[in-house]
Each structure stands twice: as C-alpha cells, then as structure tokens.
Design a protein around this ligand. Structure first.
Ligand code: DGT
Ligand code: CA
Ligand code: CA
Ligand code: ZN
Length: 581
C-alpha cells in the first residue's frame, strides 16, 4: 500500500468513527473528503509533507488535516485516529462496510443490541433481537441479511480495477531484473474479467532464482504460500494472491496460452488438437503418439510453442484476443471480428462537475477530455431526485446550461455539449419535464434508487426510459456495484429489443465498481445490432483512467468500433444526437 492509500484509510476511519459517535457532520465530511483527495493524489504525499503550506495549498486540506498528515509521515500513526478507534469495538468497522448499513443503524444495533462485529450481528439477527428494536422490522432485517450474504459470497474475488495496477507494478518491477526475457500477466486478468480470483504472472528468464527472490520480497507481501524453482505464490496484505511461474523461453507462447485460459477455452482447444492428431499442453503442441508419458519428458520437439500465434496457426485457428477466450463460440468463427480498442474512443458522454457531485469545473473537465484527444465532452450532472449527489433542480440546470454553452463558446479544440444524467424514477418517469430535456443536447437516463425492485417492475421502468423520445443513452442499466450491490434484474432481451427499435445506446459504465452493462449483455446488444456507449462517468480527473476497463468489458462482448457511439466521428455522433431533438 502506498503512503497515500494508507493515509486515506486513516482519514476514512476517522470519518467513520466520528459519524458513528454522532460528531458534527462537517467534521465527518471533511475527513472523508481528505481521504478521497489522498486517494486521488497523483504525487506522493511524503513529498509534500516537509512543508505544511504545500499541504494546505490543496483545496480541501485544512490546518488540522495537514498536521495529521505530517504526524503520520513522521511517526507512522495519528493520535486522534488511535484515540477514536478506542471508543468503538474494532469489529464495528466491518459492520459499517456492509452495504445498506448506515451509521445510524450501526449505532442503534451497537448501543441497543450489543452488536460489536459481523458475527454478533448475525447471531442477533437470528435471535430476533434486532427485529424488535425501534425503527427496525422484518423488511430491514431481511435487507441486512441479504447484504451480509452477498458480501460473503462475492468477498473472495477482487475487482479488476483493484488488481490491474498491482499486476502492472509487479510486472514492471520484475522486468527490470537482469536475465528476464519475457514477462506477462495471464489468467482472468489478461482476459479482462470484471473480477479476479488471483493474479497469474509468467516469466522466462536466465536467472530464475533471482526473479523468485525478488518476487517473494515485493512490498506488501504478507505471506509466502509457495516457493519453488518454477512456481512461487504470495499473498499480499490487500488479500490478493499472486502466482508466479517460471517457464522456458522456447515455449513461452504455449504457457501463456495455457495460463491465460479460460479453462473452458483450453479444454475446447485440447479437443480440437486431438482431432487433428496433436496433443496440447503448457509446453507446446506435440504430435500425438498415444504414449502416456508427456512428450516434453521424452525429448519430443513441439510443432509449435514459441508464440501463441504459432500454436493457434497449427490448429488452423486465428489468434484470439484474450478477452474472447471463454468458449462462447469463438472457436467456430472463420475469422476474428474487429474489436474496439482504447484508441478508438473519441468522446466522453457521461461526466459530472462541481454543479452536482463531481470535483471538476466545466473548464477542468474539458481540459482533461481534450488531453485525451477526445472531440466531444458531454456535461451530464445529476437530476434533482439524486439528493445525495446534489442533483440539480430545473432552475439550477437552466443556469448550468447557460454556463456550459458559455464554456463551449470560449474553449477551443473540443466540443462541449450540455446534458444531464436524469434519474429514472421507480415508476419509469424521468426526473425532468420534457420541455427541459428538449433543451439538452444529450440525455442519459439512469436508475439510482429503488434498486431492489422486482424484475418485472424494473423491466417496465427501464423500458419507459428507453422508449422516451428524448433519451439518448440508458446509463448503468442495472445499478449494480460489484461485490456490493446486486442491482436490478430486468429482462435484458426486452430492453435490448426496445433499444434497437428506439435507437437508444446502452451504456457500459467503465467504472470498475460498475462495469454495467456486463460483458454477456454487451454481446447480446452486438448480436441484436444495437448501439453501445462506453462512458467513464467521471467525477474526478483520475476516473478517466477507468476507460480501459469499460473497453475490456466491451471486447469481452465482441463489440466492434462501429457499434460504439463514443468511437464515431464527431460528425456522425452529433448527427445522431440531433436526430432526437
Ligand atoms: P481466476 O483466478 O479465478 O479469476 O481465474 P483464472 O482464469 O485466472 O484461473 P486460475 O488462476 O485458476 O488459472 C489460470 C489459468 O490456468 C486458467 O485460466 C486456465 C489455466 N488452468 C488452470 N487450471 C486448469 C485446468 O485444470 N485445466 C486447464 N485446461 N487449464 C487450467
Ligand atoms: Ca487467476
Ligand atoms: Ca492462479
Ligand atoms: Zn453519473
């Protein structure tokens, strides 16, 4: 963990305990804000801590926070943090993390039912003690139960956006070791899956001992699980397991294929190999001679092993991008379809500013979008019902439109358009009147509340948004949060059919907590001839970096650039937007 992340955690915990103990909301929010700032900081906070003024120069960091940061850098602790933690049972922190359990409820079950951790929460739910508390009831209790189960079930896999930076850093570190020839991460991470069980890394090197040693000595190693000539395994302090395999450079391609998987893709490949008179394993593609001893152990040379391309070619197959290797019909293809790439994306169509819950001004947003080479940026703040996100009343939106148009006029080199992310209310109505929506260049309609709705109601609700003539994009259609909230379960085929008919794009929200639409639904849209938008839903500059996860999800759904509105030329995109006005 970097110092920035560690300190962010300290501030977040301070904020949580303050909230739990009923402190002034301003203090609670100020600490939460500093936590976010530290998380987003692009420089090492250590480099700022030699001078308090450098810290207080950052918007949102006051004198008190700056002192705590300096205290932490000097001593490795913050006294206030230690003192606050003493005021509550340690286990309450994990109770606070259960989705849907706010501080008020946690305080109630702690003080009145003696809940001190997740285990005691469970037992007191079972005994009925909690249901009998004031403001509780069967429904709330059921919701808490479901949330606990959901966290337990999902808890072991980690989100791609949490795993990727770790894997990239490990690869970069090991690459610098003398003797390393090739190194790549493989497994579900290379396939771009939304969650990762463990990180798999493959390396070929003339110096395996050195690489193994460096691997086991990486920062953050909590436990060495295995340490052998060809395989080492570690667990990092963030609960992530990493496997490192040392393979021979001459069969790196075959090994990379094997350890990239998926398992079902591999199984299908092996069957195909056998039909063609070969045997495929992680050492290469060998002639099949009905001998049970593996061919590489008998000194038999593979017919292909050096690169993935060689192996696929000998099997009379094209090279498949890792995202397609799921045995979802790819092996029946005559050729690989063109899949969208990060470079194809030329517009961001879902972004927030300080007008609602974003942290950038219109100008900053435009600057960051321009820096990424986009031709268009849409300003789409929240609507009035998203109270927690400071959603805009119709009056505020009208003022905002004026500000956006003014910025669009004065800022050159990018087209700035005025939009909104309008709430789809529980009954399917939109949160603004049609005359106001008609003033906007782009309308994204998204569900933010009532996310436990019955599937049928959810379908009707989302269909109402899709069939609304002023809506361009259905934003994060299910509202799920990976490992935290299931979200809606609408009938996707009905939504897709309607979206095609009404010329509405379905969004892949690229934030790695969302990735909503998910890969299989993207594929269904592609097959139905529909349109996809890939948006970052940027609230802060760093959010633009999540685009890659949206693109990976899109590629897992076999999305071609032509079906992605963010990949269209400026002309084509704006013509499409205007067709709904
Ligand atoms: P994960 O870690 O659960 O997110 O998923 P993967 O796909 O990374 O799976 P993992 O780490 O167990 O193994 C990495 C790859 O190694 C996997 O995608 C395919 C290959 N592999 C592992 N075990 C087997 C196996 O029993 N048979 C075959 N054919 N391939 C395997
Ligand atoms: Ca893995
Ligand atoms: Ca593994
Ligand atoms: Zn949004």
């Amino acid at each position: 963990m970097s110092t920035n992340t560690e300190l962010a955690k300290v501030f977040e915990e301070i904020s949580m305990v303050l909230e739990l103990t009923g402190a002034n909301p301003f203090r609670v929010n100020a600490h939460a804000r500093v936590a976010r700032i530290l998380d987003d900081l692009t420089v090492d906070v250590k480099d700022l801590a030699d001078d308090k003024k450098k810290l207080t120069a950052i918007d949102g960091i006051g004198e008190g926070s700056a002192e705590k940061i300096i205290e932490y850098i000097k001593t490795g602790r913050v006294k206030e943090h230690d003192d606050l933690l003493k005021q509550i049972p340690r286990g309450l922190m994990e109770v606070m993390q259960i989705p849907g359990l706010g501080p008020k409820t946690v305080k109630l079950v702690w003080e009145q039912a003696g809940v001190i951790d997740k285990a005691s929460l469970k037992s007191k739910l079972d005994s009925g003690e909690i249901e009998n508390l004031p403001r509780m009831g069967a429904k709330t209790v059921q919701n808490i139960r479901e949330a606990i189960e959901f966290v337990a079930r999902a808890g072991e896999r980690i989100r791609i956006g949490d795993a990727m930076p770790i894997a990239e850093e490990i690869v970069a570190t090991l690459k610098r070791i003398k003797g390393v020839k090739q190194i790549e991460y493989a497994g579900s991470l290379r396939r771009g899956c939304e969650t990762i069980g463990d990180i798999d890394i493959l390396v070929s090197t003339s110096n395996p001992t050195e690489v193994g040693k460096a691997f086991r000595a990486l920062p953050g190693v909590e436990k060495v699980l295995a340490s052998g000539e060809t395989k080492s395994s570690i667990r990092l302090d963030r609960g992530i397991q990493v496997d490192l395999r040392v393979v021979d450079d001459s069969c790196f391609g075959a090994a990379l294929m094997y350890f990239t998987g998926s398992k079902s893709h591999n199984v299908a490949l092996r069957e195909r190999a056998i039909k063609k008179g070969f045997r495929l394993n992680e050492y290469g593609l060998f002639p099949d001679d009905d001998d049970d001893t593996p061919p590489q152990k008998r000194g038999i040379k593979p017919v292909a092993a050096k690169t993935e391309q060689d192996v696929y070619k000998k099997l009379a197959l094209p090279w498949f991008p890792p995202e397609m290797r799921e045995d979802r019909g790819e092996l029946d293809l005559k050729s690989v379809p063109e899949l969208i790439t990060l470079d194809d994306i030329k517009a961001e169509l879902h972004a927030h500013t300080t007008a609602s819950d974003g942290r950038m001004s219109i100008e900053e947003l435009a600057k960051h979008a321009k820096a990424r080479g986009f031709h268009t940026i849409a300003v789409t703040d929240h609507s009035k019902s998203s109270v927690q996100a400071n959603g805009l009343s119709p009056e505020r939106l009208r003022e905002h439109i004026v500000a956006i148009r003014a910025a669009a006029k004065s800022i050159k080199g990018i087209t700035i358009i005025a939009g909104a992310e309008v709430d789809i209310l529980a009954d399917g109505r939109l949160d603004y009147d049609d005359d106001l929506l008609a003033e906007l260049d782009i309308v994204i309609a998204s569900p933010h509340s009532s996310l436990r709705q019955e599937p049928e109601k959810a379908t009707q609700r989302l269909l109402a948004a899709i069939t609304h003539p002023l809506v361009h994009i259905l934003g994060h259609p299910t509202g799920r949060l990976i490992n935290q909230r299931e979200g809606l379960h609408p009938d996707m085929s009905k939504l897709i059919e309607a979206a095609v008919q009404h010329n509405v794009a379905l969004e892949i929200n690229a934030h790695y907590y969302r990735l909503d639409l998910r890969d299989v639904h993207v594929r269904a849209v592609v097959e139905a001839g529909g349109l996809i938008a890939i948006n970052t839903d940027a609230h802060a500059p760093a959010d633009f970096d999540n685009l890659r996860y949206g693109v990976l999800t899109a590629r897992r759904g076999w999305l071609p650039p032509a079906a992605c509105i963010n990949a269209w030329t400026k002309q084509k995109l704006h013509k499409w937007l205007k067709a709904k006005r």
